[in-house]
Design a protein around this ligand. Structure first.
Ligand code: ATP
Ligand code: MG
Length: 503
């Protein structure tokens, strides 16, 4: 049997970047094939070539054994290849059904009018097949990211794809939604669809994939059967070395003065009477299920959302924070979980993004930016965080997803805040870089910074935090010291819902 897809010796360069060099890849019908590699390894680029988004420089590409050339995504779709991109590409103002069938809407009246009823019925049909309960008439912009993800999948399925490429589909999904996605994947697999699955989460690979292909620095490393290969081996192949820093981090027992105190904070339904304190040199983990209100607490303290009641004290002094500028002035930083919307100017280059939050520092008396100084700072962070970019002047939108995330981190480190909120700092970041970021958080704490880390990954919370606060439905349901915390205890608190009291 011919593989659905086979690529051989594929090469692709962008100006200044050799993204792919002689890469091999093969996908069988009914197979879930995971693609692994560090940030910037070339995973998305390879998949975009298969989906007709980019054209290759050299190399061979076959579908069903026949050589193919794709000039556009349309050509790939015609061969049954669908892709769900790492960054969602939906039109927010259009409805779910319009997004699914964009450019292929059914028409009536001799093709003069759109047939909305038929459009919605067809969309409803596809969503029903996926057992997803979304009204096809809803505007996509009003859906949660998870539902938007499902719409992307529906769109890919609407082409009757025989090949479905999923580029980090679970980065914004919670456990229940991931289970739902896996159910859909298994269903497709049974129908003989070949699936390419890209993720940085090792446990997902183990659960869902049949084979794994590992890439490093744009090159093919190996393809192995998932069930016969240990996670350590896969990581070893990805990073080309063994990771030494797997031991739990050192926690600080002695803490400094109180850097931030929040008393009885209320802000909308997901911030109900929240109180906590944070000391210098401490990393406070915020655990909870998605939607527990952790991001909302950070946003309220940072002045990004209005506060209804409650008080915030910074270094003992009461602070009235009505706007992020007030927060930044008082030395509070917030690394958003949504880098595209709040974190980055993706059209600007790497160095401008890094120094953007603190341009004042780089203004010389004649008001010209001190270019050389900016360059020096930018290179410092590119080194520190191992950001993969051909130069400091590369537009951020051309970096890989994980490297964009690192720029957001660099940007806030540059700002030199005393109190830092990190919201899902390692989302989309590869295993090697993750442990670098943990080390970085620890060293920031050792320098006396006060850190709040919000994370949905329990092992990460347990590993990094000195103390853990758990939230459920907008309330703090408990606090654990690093020594007492276990996954079970956290989960117990994270699901401690308020019993509804009669009014
Ligand atoms: N359009 C482009 N122009 C210039 N360089 C690009 C472009 N697209 C990707 N690159 C570069 O090619 C390399 C591979 O990027 P790619 O997005 O394929 O990585 P990835 O493996 O998907 O990483 P991640 O895990 O971070 O998503 C990176 O160095 C990236 O900066
Ligand atoms: Mg990618």
């Amino acid at each position: 049997m011919n593989p659905l897809i086979r690529v051989n010796k594929l090469c692709k360069s962008f100006p200044g970047v050799r993204a792919l060099h002689e890469v091999h890849f093969e996908l069988m019908a009914g197979e879930v094939h995971a693609l692994m590699g560090e940030n910037g390894a070339g995973k998305s680029t390879l998949m975009k070539i298969l989906a007709g988004v980019y054209t290759r420089d050299t190399g061979e590409m076959r579908v069903d054994g026949q050589p193919v050339e794709f000039a556009s995504p349309r050509d790939a779709q015609a061969m049954g290849i669908g892709i769900i991109h790492q960054e969602l590409q939906l039109m927010n103002h259009l409805s779910v059904a319009q997004n699914i069938f964009i450019g292929r809407e059914p028409r009536k009246g001799f093709g003069l009018f759109l047939d909305d009823d038929k459009l919605n019925a067809q969309a409803r049909d596809i969503l029903a097949r996926m057992h997803v309960n979304i009204d096809p008439r809803t505007a996509v912009g009003t859906l949660t990211v998870a539902s938007q993800q499902m719409v992307e999948i529906a769109k890919a399925l609407s082409f009757d794809s025989r090949v479905l490429i999923m580029d980090e589909p679970t980065s914004a999904l919670n456990d229940a939604e991931i289970a739902e996605l896996f159910r859909i994947i298994r269903q497709l697999k049974e129908r003989g669809v070949g699936i390419v699955y890209i993720s940085h989460k090792m446990d997902e690979l183990k659960q869902i994939s049949d084979r794994v292909t590992v890439m490093r620095d744009g090159e093919y490393v190996a393809t192995v059967p998932t069930h016969e290969t240990s996670v350590e081996t896969i990581i070893g192949m990805m990073v080309g070395r063994t990771l030494t820093d797997i031991a739990p981090a050192q926690h600080t027992e002695q803490k400094g003065d109180i850097a931030l105190e929040v008393r009885h904070l209320c802000a909308g339904p997901l911030v109900r009477d929240v109180s906590f304190e944070l000391r210098k040199g401490e990393i406070l983990g915020f655990a909870g299920l998605m939607g527990a209100g952790r991001t909302e607490v950070a946003r309220a303290v940072f002045g990004a959302d209005p506060i209804e009641s409650g008080e915030v004290f910074v270094k003992g002094a009461k602070a009235s924070i009505r706007h992020p500028c007030d927060a930044v002035k008082r030395g509070i930083g917030y690394l958003s979980e949504d880098r595209k919307r709040f974190g980055l100017a993706t059209g600007m280059d790497v160095e401008s993004n890094i120094v953007m939050s603190d341009l004042g520092k780089f203004l010389s008396c004649n008001m010209f930016l001190r270019r050389a100084q900016i360059r020096k700072r930018a290179l410092h962070f590119i080194n520190l965080l191992a950001i993969r970019t051909p130069s400091a002047t590369q537009p951020v939108r051309l970096l890989s997803g994980g490297n964009q995330q690192k720029i957001v981190i660099a940007k806030w480190l540059e700002r030199d805040c005393d109190v830092l909120f990190f919201d899902e700092p390692t989302r989309g970041i590869d295993v090697g870089a993750k442990s670098e970021i943990y080390k970085l958080l620890r060293s920031l704490a050792a320098q006396g910074k006060a850190i709040v880390m919000i994370s949905s990954e329990l092992p990460e919370i347990l590993r990094v935090s000195d103390r853990i606060v758990v939230m459920c439905e907008g309330r703090i349901t408990g606090e654990l010291s690093a020594r007492d915390a276990t996954q079970e205890r956290i989960m117990h608190l994270a699901t401690q819902r308020e019993t509804l009291k009669a009014a």
